[in-house]
Design a protein around this ligand. Sequence first.
Ligand code: BT5
Length: 246
Amino acid sequence: MSFSLYAMIWNIIHKSVTASTNNDARAGKHGDVFTADFQTAGRGRLDHKWLSQEGENLMMSVVLDVSSLSIAHASTLPLVAGLAVVHAVEKLLVLDGGVWLKWPNDVYVSGKKICGILCERCGDNVIVGIGVNVKQRVFPDEISARATSLALHGVGHEICKVRDFVLASLEDVYQLWLEGALESVYHEISRVDMLKGLTVRVVQNDSDCAPVDGLCGGIALNGSLIVDNMNVWAGEARVFTDASLN
Ligand code: BT5
């Protein structure tokens, strides 16, 4: 397969059932896109599970070669992927201002999660695993209060259409980001930053580090979350009211 970094050719490899498309993508090369109708062991960050009804949602893992980039540059790819999904969902839902990027890389609509992203480094590549809830209307009890889908917002798109919108957005944002146009990418990230200006608690991934509470100043250019002038690099952020922090 031939490709140029500046004109992506996506190579779609589909399975009906797999353990995790992120596992499949370990054998992939730049531009490969692994998709599945069902994952028997869909994963989120840490030990979290990704739960998705068979044939109802988009599950895909995109392989991108980042070997020519600095570690600092490559480490902001999860946010770029999140922004690409925000742009795609904005187009699919035609909801002005209602689609948000929740640091580090979830996509929310009306306070509920519609997409989760899991980026994993594998040699020269980053595997960008993207789960978007498309047709599912009923979710398992443990996530039903927090999950939403395109269908629950009244749109009945086919999964392959959602895939193509996400890949087109990813190509646009990825190219800007590759060319080093970080300022314009971050201008957009700032526009859709769900936590900016809210009081948050961030439970850090490193369990030796205490949770960080405070006013969120938004996502920094280096990909960290600013909380009370501190940079938090990895963790799970929750929004609190002032009262609940006491
Ligand atoms: C994520 O992790 O949100 C990343 C999810 C990535 C899924 C894709 S699907 C294709 C590829 N293959 C994989 O195996 N994974 C990727 P995290 O931020 O840790 O959030 C996980 C949490 O989201 C879970 O603990 C649940 O609380 C919640 N969750 C699980 N399934 C969900 C769903 N379908 N919709 C909304 N929330 C969900």
